[in-house]
Ligand binder design. Structure first.
Ligand code: YXS
Length: 259
């Protein structure tokens, strides 16, 4: 059974993440459904995509599926990890993807939302970036996504505290485009999508790719890359990484030892 619902209305497509039992946790199955849908929309040459959860949801996305995170000793966010696959699929899709956000957004769900080209949220929305809560060493590409979306002092605050920030603060910071009431957000999002769909798709596709390439244009030496990977390995090899996983799976508070 598919974990998403899709719809296309002329040049505008919609993906509804629809696994409320698991709070839209980013499982390999859910991510495969979303990336397959995007592949189909690319072939249909849709001109805008809306990514959302069911209307009125309390949790837009609970982040990476914790049950699928590897035990210590293996990089939990390597190149082929499903969260990385989804973020790249959003970044590389040749038309704008608009995140219509209601409810709370957690962990990798924040990166998925912030990978979209526009974010439009209801006032109840919160964003919590949680690797520190689980003892996870976020990966370079993920940190870059966040750096490109969030002013550095706020990115540090969110990464270090793992606490939620409200959509009103995200709006003030320019992390999201609009906050709209729940009874207006859908009409507003689809009006925006129609505005995009009425413009030149080739021009928009090229500008989206230019923005992606320039936002990721950071020179990084092999030594720097290997140093960072070595540092990350210390974390995912650590007691604390395993403790973070065990604690959230056991629904208890973790006891981090710094080793
Ligand atoms: O236990 P059952 O079978 O009833 O299922 C429960 C939860 O286990 C499940 N669920 C999840 N399953 C896998 N991965 C998840 N991330 C996840 N979140 C939830 O959904 C069922 C209902 O959960 P419950 O009872 O807690 O719902 P709630 O409405 O009381 O609370 C909703 C949340 C989202 C506030 C709560 O479920 C929660 O705090 N979830 C974990 C959020 C989180 O820490 N996500 C980060 C995952 S790690 C990640 O994204 C990156 C790797 S990183 O950390 O680096 O950013």
């Amino acid at each position: 059974m598919s974990l998403i619902v899709t719809e296309t209305d002329e040049a505008i497509a919609t993906i509804v993440m629809n696994n409320p039992q698991r709070r839209n946790a980013l499982s390999e199955a859910l991510i495969a459904d979303v990336t397959n849908a995007l592949h189909g929309f690319r072939e249909q040459q849709v001109r805008a995509v809306v990514l959302r959860a069911p209307p009125g949801t309390k949790v837009w996305c609970a982040g990476h599926d914790i049950s699928e995170l590897p035990d210590r000793g293996r990089d939990p966010l390597g190149w082929s990890d499903s969260l990385r696959v989804l973020v790249r699929a959003i970044h590389e899709f040749p038309a704008p993807i608009i995140a219509l956000i209601e409810g709370s957004v957690w962990g990798g769900g924040c990166e998925v939302a912030m990978s979209c080209d526009m974010l439009i949220a209801t006032p109840d929305v919160t964003f919590a970036i949680t690797p520190a809560k689980l003892g996870i060493p976020y990966n370079l590409g993920g940190v870059l996504t966040l750096m490109n979306a969030i002013p550095l002092p706020i990115a540090r605050e969110m990464l270090f505290t793992a606490q939620p920030i409200p959509s009103t603060q995200a709006l003030n910071l320019g992390v999201i485009n609009y906050v709209k009431p729940a009874d207006e957000i859908e009409a507003f999002v689809y009006r925006t999508a129609r505005q995009i769909a009425a413009n030149a798709p080739l021009s928009i596709a090229v500008m989206k790719e230019e923005l992606r390439l320039l936002a990721g244009a950071h020179s990084i030496t092999p030594e720097l890359f290997e140093r960072i990977q070595g540092l990350r390995r210390i974390v995912y090899d650590s007691h604390d990484y395993q403790e973070g996983l065990n604690a959230i799976r056991d629904k208890r508070t973790p006891e981090f030892k710094g080793r």
